[in-house]
Design a protein around this ligand. Structure first.
Ligand code: NAG
Ligand code: NAG
Ligand code: NAG
Ligand code: NAG
Length: 378
């Protein structure tokens, strides 16, 4: 079974990584192939692929249904819907995309996600966009940074594909873009971002900031540069124990990893993704499930029960023998000993009732695993 699952994981991975949309062609050997810190995105950077850049640019320019937006007012945006669902992390985006003259596509309603091939705080631009039915493209064709020394118009493109791929193409950018970005107070940046609030049971919320900023110093942006972001298979998308523990996700180009289920927070994780911190506060390490057979019968808690009970059974006898021996040797202390013994018995009873709770914890926990009552901590 383990072997079959392994192959399944590899096939799935191969399927996702190879281009599946007809408009995409394979890259001229990407120079940088990196995975983001949570293993959610694969980023391929190609310094120059002039052929791909020109074709992709012309495809939008010449498309019959392309919409031209000339001279966007500063901080203005065009709001549009997609004809398809674009998967981005956990969300399927299709409604209310704001295309901004500041070089970004983002959620119009709340700023929960932004895709920015070259975003600036201050710019003026015109752009052309097109929805082909399984891809969406924006050509910013006359993008001028305001409030910087560089006055030439830039040209760049962002594309969203139905399979989740995001592609940035740069047609005309200044040679020293990194320098301009660093020197200006214009907040120039490149990347993708997703902010969302994850709601756990018991009212606990956690805000995640996911995505990837591209360092213009590390990755030179020039005419013909192509950057691709592809979603990677990840554990958190599995919402129940069985599908979770049967899944395997890639960790890098050569290694893969099993998914683990945490019954306490009801989440699936590789423990390398954005659920790392939840895994800690959720006390998942001791509860985590990795075997499908354990999904309905979680591991019983090992602690206390087996060690405590024999000691507690023995200790009253030992104490009584010791006390009797002590009392018989010191008759005058007998009444004091009796009161010490009495207080000890009280303490023993308290300890005993604690043990009772511990041994009772198991059924409570098992009921929790079926999903109806909350866990009573012991
Ligand atoms: C997008 O869809 C919403 C409802 O689904 C609709 O109200 C709105 O007019 C649409 N916008 C465009 C630009 O088509
Ligand atoms: C706001 O963002 C969240 C993602 O964090 C999304 O699920 C939600 O639908 C958005 N709200 C609206 C009204 O679109
Ligand atoms: C978490 O979010 C829910 C719903 O948005 C809210 O009712 C609750 O108060 C939040 N809890 C915390 C601890 O912020
Ligand atoms: C480089 C540049 O022109 N910076 C200016 C940007 O705008 C602010 C005020 O809007 C000025 O103070 C900066 O000098």
């Amino acid at each position: 079974m383990g072997k079959a699952l392994f192959y399944h994981g590899i096939l799935f991975f191969t399927f996702l990584v190879s281009p599946t949309v007809h408009e995409t062609q394979s890259l001229a050997a990407p120079e940088q192939d990196i995975w983001d810190e949570y293993n959610a995105l694969r980023i391929q950077y190609t310094p120059i692929d002039a052929d791909l850049a020109e074709k992709s640019w012309a495809f939008v320019e010449n498309h019959k249904t392309a919409v031209t937006v000339s001279r966007m007012a500063p901080s203005g945006a065009i709001v549009t819907n997609l004809s398809f669902g674009f998967p981005f992390y956990d969300v399927i985006i299709s409604k209310a995309l704001a295309i901004s003259g500041l070089g970004s596509i983002s959620a119009f309603v709340n700023s929960s996600w932004t895709i920015f091939p070259l975003a600036a705080a201050k710019a003026s631009s015109s752009f052309i966009f097109v929805d082909t039915g399984d891809s969406f493209h924006v050509n910013w064709d006359n993008f001028i940074l305001t409030n910087t020394s560089h006055k030439d118009a830039m040209k760049f493109q962002a594309s969203l594909f139905k399979n989740g791929r995001i592609q940035f193409i740069y047609m005309k950018v200044p040679q020293n873009l990194a320098f301009i970005a660093a020197k200006s107070q214009n907040d120039i940046s490149i990347g993708v971002a997703h902010k969302f609030v994850e709601k756990f049971d018991k009212g606990y919320n956690q805000t995640h900031h996911l995505g990837q900023i591209i360092s213009m110093k590390k990755f030179k942006i020039q005419d013909g540069t192509v950057i691709r972001f592809d979603p990677l298979p990840s554990c958190p998308k599995y919402k129940d124990c069985k599908s979770c523990v049967n899944a395997i996700v890639p960790m890098d180009q050569r290694h893969s990893r099993h998914c683990y289920w945490c019954p306490e927070i009801k989440r699936c994780s590789s423990k390398r993704d954005h659920l790392q911190s939840a895994w800690i506060w959720g006390n998942c390490k001791s509860e985590e499930v990795s075997d499908p057979l354990s999904c309905h019968a979680p591991k019983p808690k090992k602690e206390t029960k087996t060690e405590w009970v024999p000691i507690l059974k023995l200790s009253p006898i030992i104490i009584i023998i010791a006390a009797l021996g002590f009392a018989s040797k010191n008759p005058r202390c007998f009444s004091r000993t009796r009161s010490i013994m009495r207080s000890m018995m009280v303490r023993l009873r308290i300890i005993k009732s604690n043990t009772y709770e511990i041994s009772n914890a198991e059924p409570t926990f098992a009921r929790y695993a079926d999903g109806d009552v909350s866990l009573i901590r012991v």
